[in-house]
Design a protein around this ligand. Structure first.
Ligand code: MOS
Length: 723
């Protein structure tokens, strides 16, 4: 395997065929399988012989100890095999790359909903019945605090600053000082978490629903107390993740532990309610945003302070101010985070951790500054785009935010929007809103293998496709590099036996696994050039024919035995000299019913510049998906926890409202501006999906204010608040 650094990995060859294979809006390779129900998810794979079913038992107290189980009540249920208790079951879900399980396993209960045992039975029905009727004896202790406004403890980080915020704030001619709240969110992926574990001697194979196999293998091994070489994970098809499958969850650990104990395969599928209780949630936030400016609209002071929550000892804290630190310039900037410690379902990454909720507050506060200045919100944003990242001093690698704002405004008809509260159609008040979109861009170490045999190639990596299009774009990259039709490139993913990729998370998957696939294919080109006897730079591959110098040969003849190349790209946030992020602008038009407070989103436009687009269709779908999340967080999504014991109250999709088809306007447009980011990675692309959500909800919130002339500060904008 060849390991490349960013400096060695040049992007020149990505249009060598001249056929525009990269970027082409090809349909997803797994699309038909998924929509026809034939993609085998973890719970759909054919049952191995003697497979048993496990259902997790969750704690019904917020803190204490499990003293024992009373089986009398389940004695009449046929087919119950065992109640598996094991300290390893109560470990918290891991975080993917962070990889630590911070709460010590034991028989202690740290939150309501924590898995404490697995009931295993011959049928799923028997296991579920027993799990529900099993009596658990507890010794309860005082949970300390279960709600972030009455935490057991708080930790305040040192402020991150640039310039002198206090001086700039003191001197500012115009100020806004606002407090916003956002509720907890859940990932609610369409496919609930599921795991099927099977041991062969001291090796275990897990068929699971996971986003980052290279990391998940280590996490699972660590959770089980075995060597990673003894673990294989298969996740060829995944029905969405959105962060909830970045790390190993209780279903995977429980399936492995039970299968080992019973000496037979065990499958654990989480019912939807367990997904809400026992999978990492997004923290609720309380955010104070301060902007100071001159009277003519130059921002001089920016401060964004937040309070988020998590369980004791958990290292993750929603990075709410991430985009606030690089979007706009000021003389003084200050960011402070407080973590409230509570005994409740642990918090972790949910789609676009940080920006998704941070920008809801930040971009809405900026609109209130525009109101106060009497300035157009688009103009205020345009006026305050800094030359360099205001916190780090790095130049931006590629940033077309100004173009996104101006082109978006023109396309959306922004100029005709009128004064706040001035448009009405019958009972409906009409308004338009804008928000910037921004999401930091990452590159994560990733490896791929490419095999070429004649005019047929295979890409192999443990990368996952969580619905994002990995199968398709990796095929496109290899096809372009090798001059083959895309159908002649097979793509194998989702198996830890294959080279370890970045996995899917943080919108870095396509760029990272795409880069390693590009580099492996580039290695193959060098071998072909050698065989042909030409310099690698002179080689063109097209339609299965290799040409170099005066020589021309069909690949089928030239490559009669397989050529195999494996390459990896190093990780890193971005090139150190530059700051790389995706940028865009969201526009929304809403209608607000003046009697009921109901908000209907009529149309949305996202104009985004996110580096090289690898597949216009999958990229657009990702961006639209993100905007739908934005709509949900602006209007409906609200995970409520009981203030007495922290238990999750909204535990299904009837009570936790994700945007449905009727909520989403058919006029939902995403436009990409041409961009190449040379600093981001060898293929000049950037993350997409999470840019779609970042800022989208704030555009809707700002549109509600424009429609009604009144400002809200607590998300979501449900009718009771709007009215
Ligand atoms: Mo994402 S929340 O990093 O899957």
């Amino acid at each position: 395997m060849k390991d490349f650094t960013m400096d060695e990995a040049q992007p020149r060859l990505l249009d060598q065929t001249g056929m525009g294979i990269i970027g082409k809006p090809l349909p997803r390779r797994d699309g038909k399988l998924k929509v026809s129900g034939t993609a085998p998810y973890a719970a759909d794979t054919p049952h191995p012989a003697r497979m048993a079913h496990g259902v997790l038992v969750r704690a019904t107290i917020p803190r204490g100890r499990v003293a024992g189980f009373d089986r009398a009540g389940i004695a009449d249920i046929d087919g119950v095999i065992e109640i598996v208790t094991d300290a390893r079951l109560s470990r918290n879900p891991t975080q993917g790359m962070a990889g630590e399980a911070t709460v010590q396993p034991g028989d202690e209960v740290h939150y309501h909903g924590q898995p404490i045992a697995l009931v295993v039975a011959e049928t799923f029905e028997a296991a579920r019945d027993a799990a529900q009727r099993l009596t658990v004896r507890y010794e309860t202790t005082d949970p300390g605090g279960v709600s972030p406004d009455k935490p057991k403890d708080t930790e305040i980080a040192d402020p991150e600053t640039a310039g002198d915020f206090d001086a700039a704030w003191g001197a500012a001619e115009v100020k806004v000082d606002l407090e916003f709240t956002t509720p907890s969110h859940v990932s609610a992926a369409m496919e609930p978490h599921a795991a099927l574990a099977e041991w062969d001697g001291d090796r275990v194979t897990l068929k699971g629903s996971q986003q980052m196999l290279r990391f998940n293998r280590n996490e699972l091994a660590d959770s089980l107390g075995i060597d990673p070489s003894k673990v294989r994970i298969l996740s060829p098809y995944i029905g969405g993740g959105f962060g909830s499958k970045l790390g190993i969850g209780p279903e995977a650990v429980a399936a492995c532990v039970a299968a080992e104990k019973l000496g037979r395969p065990v499958r654990v599928v989480m019912p939807r309610q367990t997904v809400f209780d026992s999978v990492l949630r997004r923290s609720e936030t309380r955010q104070r945003v301060r902007f100071g400016a001159t009277r003519d609209g130059r921002i001089t002071a920016i401060s964004h302070d937040d309070t988020v929550s998590n369980l004791d000892g958990e290292s993750f804290a929603e990075p709410t101010t991430q985009a606030s630190q690089f979007l706009y310039g000021a003389d003084g900037l200050s960011f402070t985070q407080t973590v409230a410690r509570i005994s409740a379902t642990p918090a972790g990454s949910v789609r676009a951790p940080g920006e998704a909720v941070g920008m809801l507050a930040f971009e809405a506060a900026l609109d209130e500054l525009a109101d106060k200045l009497g300035m157009d919100p688009v103009d205020l944003r345009l006026k305050n785009l800094p030359e360099k990242n205001p916190m780090t001093g790095q130049p931006y690698s590629a940033r077309r935010l100004a173009d996104c704002l101006t082109e978006g405004a023109a396309a959306f008809g922004w100029a005709d929007r009128g004064a706040p509260g001035s448009r009405r159609e019958g009972d409906w008040l009409i308004g338009m809103g804008v928000a910037s979109a921004a999401r930091s861009n990452m590159l994560v170490k990733s490896a791929s293998r490419v095999r070429l045999h004649g005019a047929h190639a295979v890409v192999e990596t443990d990368m996952t496709d969580i619905g994002t299009g990995s199968y398709t774009i990796l095929g496109q990259i290899a096809a372009e590099m090798l001059g083959l039709p895309v159908d002649a490139v097979e793509v194998r993913l989702g198996d830890t036996d294959l080279p370890g990729a970045s996995g899917s998370g943080g919108s870095f998957g396509a760029s990272s696994a795409g880069s390693s696939t590009f580099l492996a294919a580039k290695e193959i080109r060098e071998r072909i050039a050698e065989k042909l006897g030409c310099a690698a730079d002179d080689l063109t591959l097209n339609d299965g024919i290799a040409r170099g110098g005066n020589i021309e040969k069909p690949l089928a003849e030239l490559v009669d035995t397989e050529i195999v190349a494996e390459a990896s790209i190093e990780g890193g946030k971005t090139a150190e000299s530059h700051f790389s992020a995706g940028f865009g602008a969201h526009f929304a038009e809403v209608a607000v019913n003046e009697w009921t407070g109901e908000v209907r989103v009529r149309r949305m436009l996202g104009v985004m510049a996110m580096g090289r687009i690898l597949n216009e269709k999958t990229a657009r779908s990702q961006a639209i998906g993100g905007m739908v999340w934005g709509l949900g967080s602006a209007l409906t999504e609200d995970m409520q926890m009981d203030r007495r014991d922290g238990h999750v109250v909204t535990r299904d999709l009837a009570n936790y409202h994700v945007a449905s088809h009727l909520d989403v306007p058919s006029d939902m447009v995403v436009t990409f501006l041409e961009e190449r980011d040379d600093m981001a990675n060898p293929i000049q692309s950037k993350g997409i999906g999470e840019l779609g959500i970042s800022g989208a909800g704030a555009a809707i919130f700002n549109a509600i204010a424009h429609a009604t002339g009144a400002r809200l500060h607590d998300y979501p904008a449900t009718p009771d608040k709007v009215i």
